[in-house]
Write a protein that binds this ligand. Sequence first.
Ligand code: SDX
Length: 377
Amino acid sequence: MTEEIHKGLAGVVADHTAVSKVNPESNSLLYRGYPVQQLAAELAFEEVALLLWNGELPDAAQKEEFRAFERSHRALDPRVKSAIDLLPLDCHPMDVGRTAVSVLGANHPLSEDSSPEAELTKAKELFAAFPAVVAYDQRRRRQLQLVEPREDLDYSQNFLWMTFGEEAPEEVVDAFRVSMVLYAEHSFNASTFTARVVTSTLADLHSAVTAAIGALKGPLHGGANEAVMHTFEEIGIDPDETREEAAARAKAWMEQALAEKRKVMGFGHRVYKSGDSRVPTMKQALDAMVDYYGRGELMGLYDGLEAAMGEAKNILPNLDYPAGPTYHLMGFDTEMFTPLFIAARITGWTAHIAEQRANNALIRPLSAYNGPEERHL
Ligand code: SDX
């Protein structure tokens, strides 16, 4: 019997979801029916999180309730801090994020309670708690002390406050908020599917999120935002160069990379073949940061790589391409970019975990055996 193999599960529809709709034909992305561009233009990230979890936009009372909840669950749990302090400063920050979520799960009194109410509480707590993990990890790598959260700041303002120890300007907060909204959810991507696979075995929410972080780490998935910056660094960032000079060097680098058959991170997508729906919005946020910091030469590299990839292979940027340099300009170390993706995607993952639990079937595909025929000792 010849079995049809769907390598990488490409083109396979594994289940229904009501969380988001990715439409590659129209290059659109809807969260619970709302275009992501509209959400990014008008809503706080906290509101988008509630939309993803609840299926509807929050009313004023729900917003207020979550505002108070989120602001009172931001402090770094001392057990998490102790665990982070055991990890070497040169380990990857994704390892820190993965460990932190695991420690939070092991200590959570509702860990084994998978009722919808307990799951939502755990999701909200994780959403509120994770920024402190990223912020503290960024600071300890710079030999800086932990900065306590501030209840007078919103999610994005406080995230930047805890990371850099100063209030971020409005322009920076807004670009950060936009990146969180755009990174929040994207149907059955590899990490979300991982979370659903783990959930399908009836394991707990923190196990599913920990596994999802493992899947997100790889450069073919979330690790690409960091890898984009490594590409820029490999080409060389020269603040004294003109945009045109930078573009010419980037073009030459890309031609060489493609001649060597290298995969260039930040380009291409399994689902979108004519452009990632989120890129124009993220590119606007990047442009705002470039103007704010006066770093036009970076866009020379950006434009040069994009143009050369387009000309050579007609492959377009994905969300990680504009997100990487945006986080760089904000002052995050390159290795911290993918943990920022975790902070955002906790919303989508946990919405999918709830959906999987509500209508579960163990995820267990078949394989076509191609090893040796039966043989005997
Ligand atoms: C994310 O799924 C999601 O929704 C993910 C995500 C989310 O929000 O959750 O959108 C976030 O993960 C974005 C993707 C980040 N990854 C990268 O930027 C890594 C670089 N891109 C790729 O390697 C690639 O495009 C993938 C992995 C994203 C998608 O790959 P596919 O669908 O498996 O396609 P493929 O690797 O088989 O490529 C098809 C062709 C190949 O050429 P041929 O062998 O047919 O000649 O396109 C080429 C590839 O070599 N190609 C690239 C390329 N991407 C595709 N060549 C060079 N550089 C690239 N980036």
